[in-house]
Ligand binder design. Structure first.
Ligand code: TTP
Ligand code: MG
Length: 665
């Protein structure tokens, strides 16, 4: 795309094709030239509501790009760009101070994970092009990828690409079992290992190498071999100075390979120069297009356009971009922390309905599910957001903030109903509720945590929640996100949806009516992207989801729908790291893990509450660490570790503080 002119209509078509190609276009093993594949995909989706919605979003994005280019043209008018470039050069040299080349960070990612597990259990699949899933593919063998078949792709499109494609059903318990095995291996190399998804993890192996007198490359080699020995599955790895580089590197020699990006400043900058911006965790289809519009296709281009980025910091996030150009990011590997949670929600997907009573029934179910989860996991909040998706795939949100803590199903339902009131008539295929401005009721150190709560109540928590919560003061909930990453819901930019590949509704209806089993849903949120929401099997019960819906929401009004996004389709096969129960997707897993965790916390709290001295309280807290619940933080990370870790290179001071003792400058 030209950096100087608004996009032409023909480019709009190209961008639509690109958009329709789905989120997994950067997967390893795909053919280099995707043009023909994209054409087949577009033809196959044509005429569906999904296609129309993608077309509309593409058009919206094109208009947004036009606005951005106008802003850029205004911003550069009469400005001495050379001066700004010099300022940027100075800033870049300052950022260099952040570069830490002392740590050896590894990102490991199993090769075609579900597919290779299937192959293990059915050797007849060897050498065949096959996909795993039902309705939507969870993944595809490398043989199938050559034809463009990949994760998140509806089966009917995959078959258009390769009619002889073999489709294998998913076996989640097997993936869970093997995921557990590999994570145990990885944890040996770094007890603080960050399990980023069912098949990938980050480790800092610096200490391990020192303790065992190992060269890092050798260490990674041995680790990968151990995975093969214990599971007969292969894993690829990236070894680099920080998490972003390690993640990018792990794809370099996929499958069954490893790549060490040298711990050398010049080598890193050279590597980044040619690297497509799309490879950067957090840059999906939307950001890719936005960046391309100002001439940034590679990380090297960031330097060329540094002056424009400076002038358009708000739109593009200058520091993030400059760090990316330099290959600087966080090297802190640690499990996800509970306090990082921003929201808790529930939503349900169903065949499109328009009867008000039926829609309200769905809403009530969602409110019930969410309230139950809030109680079991110990969260209350002050802002309720209603989300609904029309049968045209457009998604809207409406929100209302309160000056009290929301705790009950009744409050959730009533607010949802109020927010829906001005919107009738509606024909919906999804409804959801989300609570933000959270307060962690399990936080023990402020005297208001769940333990204290139980102590003071001594009875059923549900009866007293509201009263307790009302005593709380406002906390500081500043959001440190750069406001740039498209996985984060952004009401101002409705098309910045997480990368997803929605299924043609006609197709989902077909599958639902011909199959008893739930649809295998689509793309797993990438390890780098925080999962937001997740579509569920048709008519599935509401599920509690955890994500990062935008907090900055005011009460519902008659203003036109501002917030349009799409729901993600969900993967299959995420094991609970506590009880190993498999879940169909991350959101379900998140909800369950919380429940699992809170079981422990509640047990501990109740046990502690029966002891009446302050010292006993202290003991209880310590004791929790040793219990299964005590290991909870590390375990909890296994599903939420995919939080926006890359931002730690910039704004996540908390993480950096915590990791400081591991760095040797
Ligand atoms: P990935 O690691 O992204 O993919 P992969 O392991 O199949 O292939 P490779 O890493 O070699 O490129 O995802 C791990 C598993 O997660 C995958 O096997 C199936 C599941 N998954 C989904 O269910 N939906 C998705 O959209 C993606 C990307 C993965
Ligand atoms: Mg993988």
């Amino acid at each position: 795309m030209s950096s100087n002119h608004p996009p032409e209509p023909s480019q709009e078509t190209t961008s639509l094709l690109h958009r329709l190609a789905g989120p997994s276009t950067t997967k390893a093993g795909l053919a280099k030239d995707q043009t023909e594949i994209n054409r087949i995909i577009a033809d196959a989706s044509k005429g569906s509501k999904f296609y129309e919605n993608e077309k509309r979003k593409d058009k919206d994005l094109t208009q947004r790009i036009e606005r951005i280019l106008r802003q850029r043209d205004d911003a550069v008018k009469g400005v001495d760009l050379g001066k700004i470039e010099a300022k940027m050069d100075h800033l870049l040299s300052e950022l260099e101070i952040e570069r830490d080349l002392t740590q050896y960070i590894v990102h490991v990612d199993m090769d075609a994970f579900y597919a290779n597990v299937e192959l293990l259990d059915n050797p007849d699949l060897a050498g065949k092009a096959f996909g795993v899933g039902r309705g939507v593919l969870s993944t595809a063998s490398y043989e199938a990828r050559k034809y463009g078949v990949r994760s998140g792709m509806p089966e009917y499109i995959a078959k258009k690409l390769y009619p002889d494609l073999v489709i294998v059903p998913i076996h989640m318990s097997r993936y869970s079992e093997l995921s557990k095995t590999i994570m145990i291996i990885f944890r040996e190399y770094d007890p603080n290992m960050l399990s980023a998804s069912v098949d990938e993890a980050y480790m800092n192996i610096t200490q391990y190498c020192q303790d065992h007198g190992l060269d890092p490359d050798e260490c990674v080699q041995t680790m990968r071999q151990r995975v093969v020995d214990e599971t007969k599955l292969t894993v690829s790895a990236g070894l680099a100075a920080n998490k972003m580089l390690a993640k990018v590197s792990s794809c370099c020699n996929k499958p069954n390979g490893q790549y060490h990006l040298p711990h050398d400043r010049d080598a890193i900058v050279d590597f980044m120069r040619e690297l497509s911006i799309r490879k950067i965790p957090g840059v999906g289809r939307v950001n890719e297009r936005l960046l391309e519009s100002i001439g940034i296709k590679t990380c090297g281009d960031i330097y060329t356009h540094r002056a424009v980025l400076c002038l358009m910091d708000k739109q593009f996030g200058l520091h993030f971009m400059l760090r990316t150009h330099l290959g600087i990011a966080s090297n802190v590997v640690q499990p996800w922390l509970r306090e990082e949670r921003k929201s808790i929600g529930a939503e349900t997907t169903f065949h499109a309905i328009s009867e008000k009573t039926k829609i309200l029934e769905k809403l009530e179910g969602v409110a019930e599910e969410l309230a139950a989860d809030m109680e079991s996991s110990g969260w209350v909040g002050k802002t309720i957001t209603l989300k609904f998706k029309l049968d045209t795939y457009q998604v809207f949100t409406r929100a209302k903030s309160f000056d009290r803590w929301i705790t009950t199903k009744e409050e959730l339902f009533a607010t949802g109903k109020d927010l829906l009131q001005p919107e009738w008539p509606l024909r919906l295929r999804l409804i959801g509720l989300r609570l933000t401005k959270l307060k962690d009721m399990r936080k023990k150190d402020d005297g208001q945590g769940i333990k204290r709560f139980f102590e003071s109540v001594g009875g059923s928590p549900s009866k007293r929640h509201k009263k307790e919560h009302h005593r709380e003061e406002d906390a500081d909930y500043d959001d440190v996100m750069p406001g740039y990453h498209e996985h984060q819901y952004d009401a101002e930019h409705p098309d910045d949806e997480p990368d997803i590949w929605e299924v043609d509704p006609e197709y989902t209806e077909y599958v639902a009516s011909t199959s008893k089993a739930p649809l295998s849903t689509g793309p797993r949120p990438s390890s780098s992207a925080r999962p937001s929401s997740s579509s569920k099997p048709i008519s599935a019960p509401a599920r509690v989801t955890v994500g990062d819906w935008q907090d900055q929401i005011s009460s519902a009004s008659s203003r036109p729908p501002a917030s349009v996004t799409s729901s993600t389709t969900a993967p299959a096969g995420f094991p609970c790291p506590l009880c190993t129960r498999p879940f169909a997707d991350n959101d379900e897993l998140n909800a369950h893990v919380d429940w699992c965790l809170s079981r422990e916390a509640i047990r501990a709290a109740q046990a502690g509450a029966s002891d009446d001295t302050a010292s006993n309280r202290g003991k209880g807290k310590e004791g929790t660490k040793g219990t299964p619940g005590g290991d909870v933080r590390a375990k909890e990370a296994s599903n939420d570790g995919r939080k926006e870790w890359w931002k730690a290179g910039g704004g996540d001071r908390k993480c950096q503080e915590k990791g400081k003792n591991r760095r040797k400058r």
